[in-house]
Write a protein that binds this ligand. Structure first.
Ligand code: SPV
Ligand code: MG
Length: 554
């Protein structure tokens, strides 16, 4: 079974199985249901809801394309729509083939094309081309019986798949020709080889359909479209021995109602705020489009090097310990020997071919005026923490990504070590953090406890070191090092971060969570970060002393 997100032609064996699945539905002893869809998205939603088959409605596909149900869309445009629907789903599709788009010759070509594209069945109605919708007011012109029988035979003779079905739809009741004519036509179409009869009615009650079913007496499977007699209990269709009911246009109509409502409200309010909680989330959109399969496929087929790594730099804070030095600019824009700290960081990233850099600003964002960066602003930077800032950038990255504090300086090789790792989350940790701290104390270091300490000969040891948790306690003797504020996440790692951010948001704790908390939470859920130990070669800038030291060593 192909993955629903796979938008390439499905193998012939499974195409065949769609036709046989449809035939099984048509001939089963149960009443079965087809639900309307009109494009790839609605087809996916129908399958997701649990339906075993799809009605590719002519009315709905035409309306969704913005034209009338009057053969205004060409048959190749219909086929193109169907191809998206078929690629997006694994349940069988019956095309509402109108009159077959012409004479027997047009119809047999249609049947071949449908079989080639894995469509399970087609229904044709005994009217003349171009047809109009059966439920619209106006005269309906019926096809000549013999001509229509020839069309059915041509279709059946042309099908590439033995299980493909041709359903003959009788419009005699719609056109006002009465029950005898309907039965006469049904008999003729059955004789011509139709796999089932669809008897259509536009009455508000099911009487004529039930009378037809009684007379037809199960000579072949019988299909109905109860759009106008919608109030009939489904049990009555079962009792009448019907094979299939088609819910013919309700996804189209539901989408019209929903789109009108939302467009109207957004237009009136000139704001999205009111509707955000009422529309499908982007997460649902990406899930429906099958993006998770893409993450797996990239992991399987692309080498880590070919996927461009992005970066998020968290640089929202002012750095108030730096007093008047950061009055006009945030800490990341402090001068470090002739250039801002952030420019040095961006250059280090660019040197490692990380060119898509999103900087999360907060304090004085206008002062962050570097070229070749994307800026997002954490408006609540004064009251929220690092994870809130990260959340502001999540829309700009799809991973893999480097996540960096905006106030650190490190040697290029540190970043290279992270980029070379194949872990989903990897953190650079300074094992000699106490040696580099002034007097053994530092400003609130992010200390980590890992499953193994740093060893001098670690490069000979291929076992990975994993994070157990972060600790705030500088006297915690179990701490193995200090996280330097630099991490790399794969696509899957980024998705895990994204999911956890959603959890925090739902819990109402997003604002006060910092990155160490986030990594600790993920570790406790089985997504522990891998640790790359370094020994020095980095510094962070929290106060004027750090700044002076940095200016000295650089
Ligand atoms: C359709 O869904 O396009 C149909 C059914 O053909 S009806 O609209 O009732 O004609
Ligand atoms: Mg139709």
């Amino acid at each position: 079974m192909p993955h629903p997100a796979l938008v390439y032609p499905v193998p012939e064996s499974s195409q065949n199985s769609k036709a046989s699945k449809f035939r099984a539905l048509l001939t089963s002893s149960e009443l079965e249901f087809l639900m309307e869809a009109h494009n790839g998205l609605s087809a996916k939603i129908v399958e997701e809801a649990g339906f075993k088959g799809i009605w590719a409605s002519g009315l709905s596909m035409a309306t969704a394309l913005g034209v009338r149900d009057r053969n205004e869309a060409s048959w190749t445009q219909v086929i193109e729509t169907l191809e998206f629907m078929s690629d997006a789903t694994s349940v069988p599709i019956m095309l509402d083939g109108d009159t077959g788009y012409g004479d027997f010759n047009n119809f047999r070509r249609l049947v071949v094309k449908l079989c080639q594209r894995g469509i399970a069945a087609v229904c044709i109605e005994d009217k003349v081309f171009p047809k109009t919708n059966s439920l619209i007011d106006g005269k309906q012109v019926l096809a000549d019986i013999e001509e229509f029988c020839g069309k059915i035979r041509a279709g059946k003779d042309s099908q590439l798949d033995d299980d493909f079905s041709v359903v003959a739809r009788i419009e005699a009741l719609i056109a006002g020709w009465g029950m005898d004519e309907a039965l006469r036509r049904a008999e003729a179409y059955h004789e011509a080889g139709a796999d089932a009869i669809l008897i259509h009615s536009k009455k508000p009650a099911p009487d004529e359909i039930l009378a037809f079913a009684k007379e037809w007496a199960g000579r072949s499977p019988l299909v109905i479209v109860p759009t106008t007699y919608y109030a009939t209990p489904t049990e009555r269709f079962r009792e009448a021995g019907l094979s299939m009911a088609i819910w013919a246009n309700h996804n189209l109509r539901a989408s019209i109602s929903a789109m009108r409502e939302i467009s109207g409200r957004i237009f009136a309010k000139q704001s999205l705020n009111d509707v955000e909680g009422e529309v499908a989330s982007l997460k649902e959109v990406f899930a429906l489009a099958g993006n998770s399969e893409m993450v797996e496929a990239e992991r399987r087929y692309l080498s880590a090097k070919t996927v461009e790594t992005q970066a998020v730099v968290l640089a929202a804070t002012r750095g108030s310990a730096l007093a008047e030095l950061t009055e006009e600019r945030p800490k990341c824009m402090l001068d470090l020997r002739g250039e801002p700290l952030l420019r040095r960081l961006v250059r280090t990233l660019n040197n490692a071919e990380v060119r898509d850099v999103t900087v999360v600003c907060g304090y004085k964002p206008e002062a962050v005026d570097l070229p070749n960066i994307k800026k997002v602003v954490n408006q609540s930077f004064e009251t929220s923490g690092e994870v809130s800032s990260l959340a502001c950038a999540l829309g700009a990255v799809s991973g893999p990504a480097v996540i960096s504090y905006g106030d650190i300086v490190f040697r290029d090789y540190v970043l290279d070590l992270l980029l070379q790792s194949d872990a989903d989350i990897v953190l650079a940790v300074d094992a000699k953090w106490q040696d580099h701290a002034e007097g053994g104390r530092k400003h609130a270091p992010d200390l980590v406890v890992c499953d193994r300490p740093y060893a001098e000969d670690q490069f000979l040891d291929e076992r990975s070191v994993m994070l157990e948790r972060f600790t705030n306690d500088q006297d915690d003797l179990s701490a193995h090092g200090e996280w330097i504020g630099l991490a790399r996440v794969s696509r899957a790692g980024l998705e895990a971060l994204r999911d956890e951010v959603d959890v925090l948001r739902a819990e109402g704790t997003l604002e006060k969570t910092n990155l160490p908390d986030l990594f600790t939470r993920l570790a406790s859920k089985g997504m522990a970060a891998r640790i790359v130990y370094i020994t020095g070669h980095w510094l962070d800038i929290n106060d004027a002393f750090d700044l002076a030291r940095a200016r000295n060593v650089i």
